[in-house]
Design a protein around this ligand. Sequence first.
Ligand code: PDD
Length: 298
Amino acid sequence: IIPLVLSIFNDVMATRININGNINEEAFVSVFDHGFLFGDSIYEVINTKKNSPCFLDDHLQRLHRSADGIKLNIPFNDEWFKNQIARTLVEAANQESYIRIVVTRGIGDIDIDPSSCHSPCVLIIVTSARAYPLELYETGIHLALVNVKRNSKDALNPGIKTGNYLNNVLAKIEADHFGAHDALMLNPFGQLTESTTSNFFFVQDGRVMTPSLDCGILAGITRDIVIRIARENGIPLEEGIWPIEILDKADEMFLTGTVKHLIPVTRLDGKIIGDGKPGTITRSLMHFYERLLEELES
Ligand code: PDD
Protein backbone atom coordinates (compact mmCIF):
# COMPACT_ATOMS: atom_id res chain seq x y z
CA ILE A 1 0.00 0.00 0.00
CA ILE A 2 2.56 2.51 -1.13
CA PRO A 3 1.13 6.03 -1.14
CA LEU A 4 0.37 6.61 -4.78
CA VAL A 5 1.15 10.26 -4.54
CA LEU A 6 4.71 9.35 -3.66
CA SER A 7 5.26 7.04 -6.57
CA ILE A 8 5.09 9.46 -9.45
CA PHE A 9 7.85 11.89 -8.80
CA ASN A 10 10.36 12.01 -11.50
CA ASP A 11 9.42 15.62 -11.64
CA VAL A 12 12.06 18.25 -12.30
CA MET A 13 11.96 20.38 -9.21
CA ALA A 14 10.54 23.82 -9.91
CA THR A 15 10.30 26.23 -7.02
CA ARG A 16 8.32 29.44 -6.92
CA ILE A 17 8.03 31.75 -3.97
CA ASN A 18 5.08 34.02 -3.47
CA ILE A 19 6.01 36.82 -1.13
CA ASN A 20 3.07 39.06 -0.17
CA GLY A 21 1.49 38.31 -3.56
CA ASN A 22 4.59 38.62 -5.81
CA ILE A 23 5.85 35.38 -7.35
CA ASN A 24 9.52 34.80 -8.09
CA GLU A 25 12.01 31.98 -8.46
CA GLU A 26 13.91 33.29 -5.49
CA ALA A 27 12.92 35.43 -2.53
CA PHE A 28 14.79 36.99 0.35
CA VAL A 29 13.70 38.11 3.79
CA SER A 30 15.37 40.77 5.84
CA VAL A 31 17.84 39.80 8.55
CA PHE A 32 15.72 42.11 10.76
CA ASP A 33 12.61 39.99 10.24
CA HIS A 34 11.65 38.63 13.65
CA GLY A 35 10.89 35.29 12.01
CA PHE A 36 14.60 35.04 11.31
CA LEU A 37 15.82 36.63 14.54
CA PHE A 38 13.51 34.93 17.04
CA GLY A 39 11.62 32.15 15.23
CA ASP A 40 8.64 34.49 15.59
CA SER A 41 6.50 33.02 12.82
CA ILE A 42 3.93 30.36 12.01
CA TYR A 43 3.66 27.91 9.14
CA GLU A 44 1.68 25.20 7.39
CA VAL A 45 2.70 22.38 5.07
CA ILE A 46 0.14 21.27 2.49
CA ASN A 47 0.42 18.56 -0.13
CA THR A 48 -1.41 18.18 -3.40
CA LYS A 49 -3.40 15.62 -5.33
CA LYS A 50 -3.45 16.24 -9.09
CA ASN A 51 -1.58 19.38 -8.08
CA SER A 52 -4.58 20.70 -6.09
CA PRO A 53 -4.08 21.38 -2.40
CA CYS A 54 -5.47 18.69 -0.08
CA PHE A 55 -7.52 19.67 2.99
CA LEU A 56 -6.78 23.34 2.33
CA ASP A 57 -9.63 24.63 4.51
CA ASP A 58 -8.31 22.63 7.48
CA HIS A 59 -4.79 23.97 6.95
CA LEU A 60 -6.01 27.56 6.68
CA GLN A 61 -8.08 27.12 9.82
CA ARG A 62 -5.03 25.86 11.69
CA LEU A 63 -2.94 28.72 10.28
CA HIS A 64 -5.44 31.16 11.82
CA ARG A 65 -5.41 29.29 15.14
CA SER A 66 -1.60 29.48 15.13
CA ALA A 67 -1.77 33.21 14.32
CA ASP A 68 -4.13 33.73 17.27
CA GLY A 69 -1.77 31.64 19.41
CA ILE A 70 1.10 34.07 18.80
CA LYS A 71 -1.11 37.20 18.62
CA LEU A 72 -0.26 37.83 14.98
CA ASN A 73 -2.65 39.55 12.61
CA ILE A 74 -2.54 38.01 9.15
CA PRO A 75 -3.32 40.80 6.67
CA PHE A 76 -4.97 38.47 4.09
CA ASN A 77 -8.15 36.41 4.08
CA ASP A 78 -8.66 32.79 2.98
CA GLU A 79 -9.77 33.78 -0.48
CA TRP A 80 -6.50 35.63 -0.96
CA PHE A 81 -4.55 32.54 0.20
CA LYS A 82 -6.53 30.26 -2.10
CA ASN A 83 -5.96 32.51 -5.12
CA GLN A 84 -2.28 33.02 -4.40
CA ILE A 85 -1.67 29.31 -3.81
CA ALA A 86 -3.42 28.53 -7.11
CA ARG A 87 -1.33 31.13 -8.99
CA THR A 88 1.90 29.89 -7.46
CA LEU A 89 1.06 26.25 -8.25
CA VAL A 90 0.46 27.20 -11.89
CA GLU A 91 3.75 29.10 -12.11
CA ALA A 92 5.75 26.26 -10.57
CA ALA A 93 3.97 23.74 -12.82
CA ASN A 94 5.04 20.61 -10.99
CA GLN A 95 3.18 17.32 -11.31
CA GLU A 96 2.60 17.30 -7.57
CA SER A 97 3.68 19.99 -5.14
CA TYR A 98 4.80 20.69 -1.63
CA ILE A 99 3.24 23.95 -0.41
CA ARG A 100 4.58 25.77 2.62
CA ILE A 101 2.88 28.88 3.95
CA VAL A 102 5.03 30.93 6.32
CA VAL A 103 3.84 34.07 8.06
CA THR A 104 6.53 35.92 9.97
CA ARG A 105 6.14 38.78 12.44
CA GLY A 106 7.93 40.97 9.88
CA ILE A 107 10.75 43.50 10.03
CA GLY A 108 11.33 45.26 13.33
CA ASP A 109 13.93 46.49 15.76
CA ILE A 110 16.65 44.06 16.77
CA ASP A 111 14.83 43.48 20.01
CA ILE A 112 12.44 40.76 21.10
CA ASP A 113 9.49 43.17 21.47
CA PRO A 114 7.19 42.44 18.51
CA SER A 115 5.51 45.85 18.71
CA SER A 116 8.12 47.35 16.35
CA CYS A 117 7.01 44.94 13.59
CA HIS A 118 4.22 46.54 11.61
CA SER A 119 3.84 44.33 8.60
CA PRO A 120 3.89 40.50 8.64
CA CYS A 121 5.69 38.79 5.78
CA VAL A 122 3.51 36.20 4.04
CA LEU A 123 5.33 33.56 2.02
CA ILE A 124 3.93 30.73 -0.03
CA ILE A 125 6.70 28.40 -1.11
CA VAL A 126 5.77 25.89 -3.81
CA THR A 127 8.21 23.22 -4.81
CA SER A 128 8.06 19.73 -6.21
CA ALA A 129 6.40 17.22 -3.83
CA ARG A 130 8.77 15.61 -1.39
CA ALA A 131 8.80 11.87 -1.06
CA TYR A 132 9.95 9.49 1.63
CA PRO A 133 11.89 6.51 0.29
CA LEU A 134 9.21 4.08 -0.86
CA GLU A 135 10.85 1.06 0.72
CA LEU A 136 10.30 2.56 4.18
CA TYR A 137 6.56 2.03 3.70
CA GLU A 138 7.29 -1.68 3.24
CA THR A 139 9.94 -2.10 5.92
CA GLY A 140 8.72 0.49 8.43
CA ILE A 141 10.95 3.07 10.09
CA HIS A 142 12.95 3.02 13.32
CA LEU A 143 12.19 5.47 16.10
CA ALA A 144 14.37 6.42 19.04
CA LEU A 145 12.91 7.52 22.33
CA VAL A 146 14.93 10.68 22.85
CA ASN A 147 15.92 12.52 26.00
CA VAL A 148 14.85 15.88 24.60
CA LYS A 149 11.33 16.53 25.90
CA ARG A 150 8.55 17.96 23.79
CA ASN A 151 7.93 21.57 24.83
CA SER A 152 5.49 21.91 27.67
CA LYS A 153 2.06 23.22 26.66
CA ASP A 154 2.60 25.99 29.19
CA ALA A 155 5.92 27.07 27.68
CA LEU A 156 5.66 26.92 23.88
CA ASN A 157 2.44 25.07 23.12
CA PRO A 158 3.11 22.39 20.45
CA GLY A 159 -0.50 22.95 19.37
CA ILE A 160 0.64 26.21 17.76
CA LYS A 161 2.52 25.49 14.54
CA THR A 162 5.23 28.08 15.01
CA GLY A 163 8.43 28.45 13.03
CA ASN A 164 10.27 27.85 16.29
CA TYR A 165 11.12 24.18 15.75
CA LEU A 166 14.38 23.98 17.65
CA ASN A 167 12.82 21.56 20.13
CA ASN A 168 12.11 19.18 17.25
CA VAL A 169 15.46 19.84 15.56
CA LEU A 170 17.26 18.79 18.76
CA ALA A 171 15.12 15.65 18.97
CA LYS A 172 15.95 14.83 15.35
CA ILE A 173 19.68 15.29 15.99
CA GLU A 174 19.40 12.90 18.93
CA ALA A 175 17.49 10.35 16.85
CA ASP A 176 20.14 10.56 14.13
CA HIS A 177 22.80 9.99 16.76
CA PHE A 178 21.00 6.77 17.76
CA GLY A 179 20.82 5.70 14.11
CA ALA A 180 17.03 5.98 14.02
CA HIS A 181 14.92 7.58 11.30
CA ASP A 182 13.04 9.80 13.69
CA ALA A 183 12.37 10.56 17.35
CA LEU A 184 9.57 9.81 19.76
CA MET A 185 9.28 12.50 22.43
CA LEU A 186 7.75 12.51 25.89
CA ASN A 187 6.42 15.66 27.55
CA PRO A 188 7.95 16.95 30.79
CA PHE A 189 5.52 14.69 32.73
CA GLY A 190 6.89 11.60 31.00
CA GLN A 191 3.78 11.14 28.84
CA LEU A 192 3.87 10.09 25.19
CA THR A 193 3.53 12.97 22.73
CA GLU A 194 4.63 12.87 19.09
CA SER A 195 7.50 12.70 16.65
CA THR A 196 9.44 15.64 15.21
CA THR A 197 7.08 16.38 12.30
CA SER A 198 4.38 13.78 12.77
CA ASN A 199 1.83 12.40 15.19
CA PHE A 200 2.27 9.03 16.87
CA PHE A 201 -0.13 6.07 16.99
CA PHE A 202 0.16 2.55 18.36
CA VAL A 203 -2.05 -0.53 18.32
CA GLN A 204 -2.65 -2.80 21.25
CA ASP A 205 -5.02 -5.79 21.22
CA GLY A 206 -6.79 -4.46 18.14
CA ARG A 207 -7.28 -0.94 19.54
CA VAL A 208 -5.69 2.07 17.88
CA MET A 209 -4.32 4.46 20.50
CA THR A 210 -2.91 7.96 20.11
CA PRO A 211 -1.81 10.60 22.64
CA SER A 212 -4.57 13.10 23.35
CA LEU A 213 -4.20 16.78 22.47
CA ASP A 214 -3.91 17.43 26.24
CA CYS A 215 -0.43 15.85 26.17
CA GLY A 216 0.90 18.85 24.21
CA ILE A 217 1.02 17.86 20.54
CA LEU A 218 0.11 19.40 17.22
CA ALA A 219 -3.50 18.71 16.24
CA GLY A 220 -2.39 17.00 13.04
CA ILE A 221 -4.76 17.12 10.10
CA THR A 222 -3.71 13.62 9.06
CA ARG A 223 -4.22 12.51 12.69
CA ASP A 224 -7.79 13.82 12.60
CA ILE A 225 -8.51 12.02 9.35
CA VAL A 226 -7.05 8.76 10.66
CA ILE A 227 -9.22 9.04 13.79
CA ARG A 228 -12.24 9.58 11.57
CA ILE A 229 -11.51 6.73 9.16
CA ALA A 230 -10.80 4.32 12.02
CA ARG A 231 -14.18 5.14 13.55
CA GLU A 232 -16.00 4.94 10.21
CA ASN A 233 -14.51 1.51 9.60
CA GLY A 234 -15.33 0.10 13.02
CA ILE A 235 -11.73 0.05 14.28
CA PRO A 236 -11.71 0.91 18.01
CA LEU A 237 -9.70 4.06 18.66
CA GLU A 238 -8.73 5.75 21.89
CA GLU A 239 -7.08 9.08 22.61
CA GLY A 240 -5.34 9.13 25.99
CA ILE A 241 -2.48 10.01 28.29
CA TRP A 242 0.10 7.25 28.67
CA PRO A 243 3.60 6.70 30.02
CA ILE A 244 6.23 5.10 27.80
CA GLU A 245 5.76 1.69 29.48
CA ILE A 246 2.44 1.23 27.69
CA LEU A 247 4.44 0.63 24.52
CA ASP A 248 5.89 -2.61 25.94
CA LYS A 249 2.60 -4.22 24.93
CA ALA A 250 2.18 -2.46 21.58
CA ASP A 251 1.67 -4.75 18.56
CA GLU A 252 1.98 -2.03 15.92
CA MET A 253 3.06 1.61 15.64
CA PHE A 254 2.86 4.26 12.95
CA LEU A 255 3.30 7.98 12.34
CA THR A 256 1.03 10.38 10.49
CA GLY A 257 1.73 13.66 8.72
CA THR A 258 0.96 15.63 5.59
CA VAL A 259 4.16 14.67 3.77
CA LYS A 260 4.58 11.08 4.94
CA HIS A 261 0.86 10.19 5.15
CA LEU A 262 0.88 7.05 7.36
CA ILE A 263 4.22 5.34 7.78
CA PRO A 264 4.71 2.14 9.80
CA VAL A 265 7.19 2.02 12.68
CA THR A 266 8.80 -1.39 13.13
CA ARG A 267 11.47 -0.66 15.74
CA LEU A 268 11.57 1.51 18.83
CA ASP A 269 14.98 1.95 20.43
CA GLY A 270 16.22 -1.05 18.49
CA LYS A 271 13.43 -3.26 19.86
CA ILE A 272 11.28 -4.97 17.23
CA ILE A 273 7.58 -4.10 17.29
CA GLY A 274 5.21 -7.03 16.73
CA ASP A 275 6.70 -9.33 14.12
CA GLY A 276 8.93 -6.57 12.75
CA LYS A 277 6.69 -5.88 9.76
CA PRO A 278 4.04 -3.19 9.25
CA GLY A 279 0.99 -4.43 11.16
CA THR A 280 -2.40 -5.41 9.76
CA ILE A 281 -4.32 -2.49 11.25
CA THR A 282 -1.62 -0.03 10.18
CA ARG A 283 -1.81 -1.37 6.64
CA SER A 284 -5.57 -1.14 6.47
CA LEU A 285 -5.52 2.45 7.77
CA MET A 286 -2.85 3.26 5.15
CA HIS A 287 -5.13 1.78 2.54
CA PHE A 288 -8.20 3.74 3.73
CA TYR A 289 -6.18 6.97 3.81
CA GLU A 290 -4.79 6.51 0.29
CA ARG A 291 -8.30 5.69 -0.95
CA LEU A 292 -9.63 8.86 0.62
CA LEU A 293 -6.94 10.88 -1.17
CA GLU A 294 -7.90 9.20 -4.44
CA GLU A 295 -11.52 10.17 -3.87
CA LEU A 296 -10.53 13.82 -3.38
CA GLU A 297 -9.75 13.98 -7.09
CA SER A 298 -13.21 13.04 -8.28
N1 PDD B 1 4.59 18.69 10.09
N2 PDD B 1 3.43 17.06 14.70
C1 PDD B 1 4.33 17.97 14.33
C2 PDD B 1 5.30 18.49 15.34
C3 PDD B 1 4.35 18.43 13.00
O1 PDD B 1 5.25 19.36 12.62
C4 PDD B 1 3.43 17.91 12.07
C5 PDD B 1 3.38 18.38 10.64
C6 PDD B 1 2.51 16.92 12.50
C7 PDD B 1 1.50 16.33 11.57
O2 PDD B 1 0.52 17.27 11.20
P1 PDD B 1 -0.23 17.18 9.82
O3 PDD B 1 -0.86 15.83 9.74
O4 PDD B 1 -1.23 18.26 9.88
O5 PDD B 1 0.80 17.37 8.72
C8 PDD B 1 2.54 16.54 13.83
C9 PDD B 1 4.69 19.17 8.74
C10 PDD B 1 4.24 18.17 7.74
C11 PDD B 1 6.12 19.64 8.54
O6 PDD B 1 6.57 20.36 9.39
O7 PDD B 1 6.73 19.31 7.54
